[in-house]
Design a protein around this ligand. Structure first.
Ligand code: RTP
Ligand code: MG
Length: 141
């Protein structure tokens, strides 16, 4: 199994609930290492660019409004099979459909306020990591 990196965001709802530490602890317990991290308030332009793949979807404006509604915690997770492992830890997009014990089942309130983002493939992980950490250190651990 290859060592991968993936881009993870703890969204404004989970930061507001003060569960950043609990979510990071789940990544660590699953063997994922934090290779870079920063707390940020996204601008509208940044959120629109980050989610540009969804620009034509009916939920796009709500998604962007939500992502800029408060600070987010952005991290690069590194480990074996990190992209899929993170998606499994997150659970389904809609927390009502997420498996018990997943981050979204335990911390998310709705499909809009769903606690976390995770890259969905190697190509998107590379683009998303460069988007938020270009010029910053990402540590090989
Ligand atoms: P994310 O990108 O945030 O990790 O979420 P995801 O892969 O599980 O879901 P995706 O299809 O990429 O959608 C991005 C975000 O848009 C919102 N969404 N709303 N109302 C809807 O039908 C709907 N579908 C998606 C969610 O907040 C989702 O996280
Ligand atoms: Mg997605």
């Amino acid at each position: 199994m290859a060592i991968e990196r993936t881009l993870s965001i703890i969204k404004p709802d989970a930061v507001a609930k003060n569960v950043v530490g609990q979510i990071l602890a789940r990544f660590e317990a699953a063997g994922l290492k934090i290779a870079a991290a920063r707390l940020a308030q996204l601008s509208r332009a940044e959120a629109e660019q980050f989610y540009a793949v969804h620009a034509a979807r009916p939920f796009f404006k709500d998604l962007v409004d939500f992502m800029i509604s408060g600070p987010v915690m952005i991290q690069v997770l590194e480990g074996e099979n990190a992209i899929l492992k993170n998606r499994e830890l997150m659970g389904a997009t809609d927390p009502k459909k997420a498996e018990p014990g997943t981050i979204r089942a335990d911390f998310a309130d709705s499909i809009d306020a769903n606690a976390v983002h995770g890259s969905d493939a190697p190509e998107t992980a590379a683009v998303e990591i460069a988007f938020f950490f270009a010029g910053l250190n990402v540590y090989a651990r």
